[in-house]
Ligand binder design. Sequence first.
Ligand SMILES: [Zn+2]
Ligand SMILES: [Zn+2]
Length: 296
Amino acid sequence: MPMPLGRHMPLESRPLRALQTAREIGCEAIQIFVSSPRVWAPPREDAKETAALAEALRAFSPVVIHAAYLINCASARSEIREKSIRLLRWTLERGATIGASDVVFHIGSHGGDGMATGVARLGEALRIIREDLPPGPRLLLENDVGAGNTIGSDFTAMAQVLAEARGAWGDRIGVCIDTAHLWGAGFDIGTPAAARATLDRIDAAFGLAQVRVIHLNDTVTTLGGHRDLHARLGEGIIGLEGLRALLTDARLAHACVILETPIKLRADSDEHDWEDDRQRVAFARDLTNPTEKSGL
Ligand SMILES: [Zn+2]
Ligand SMILES: [Zn+2]
């Protein structure tokens, strides 16, 4: 079974049109925002629009939601933790309503209070969110570039959070691995051997079986630069053969692949160049195929 592959799709003001475009450029899987990523308040919900969105999303499998960037369940400030818990819980409930399979969120930062305190706060937040949570999507912890006091570049800390949450969440908790974030955090995936060694480290920490989504991005930041700068495949500095080795590793064969690369703009207007993106989706699909050898 080939891995389902798609991209993060900006829905903007015309979500149904955007989903149609996603199908036209070859997305089987999809990732979307369901609330503005830099705003705490969830959007106003309209039952008719929600039903139409859920119907249009049935064309994709899996359907992944990326939670708002503001969420930080490990924050030193209790007000931020409470807002994060509320918004993440709302996102999971919204995901259930529209038939999403996974909600990806950023694990957050401990604000200088140390990894153990951050892990404890995150564990507490996950306990609260899980209470009376109706059936719905899985919750996935996304690794990050390890800037400042973030928790998501420390596989041991992630393993602790997962182990603690396992009892209440069961199979509804897992991991999203972002290739640009691995690189930014200093985990080399630039060659097949390096990619396999990095996967070995993740496997030893919490098991690659827990990885449900791979965010497939190249980057222009230096290895271990702790910066998050996504680049289109073939336009960054991670070697394509390293990415191919990661994507074709049998231990990740159960995961889906989501591109979060910047969409090119057309030369003659400020509109997205979907023909360019269609070719890049096809190129990414080639990368998931161990026997394919193609170039952009
Ligand atoms: Zn993310
Ligand atoms: Zn990502």
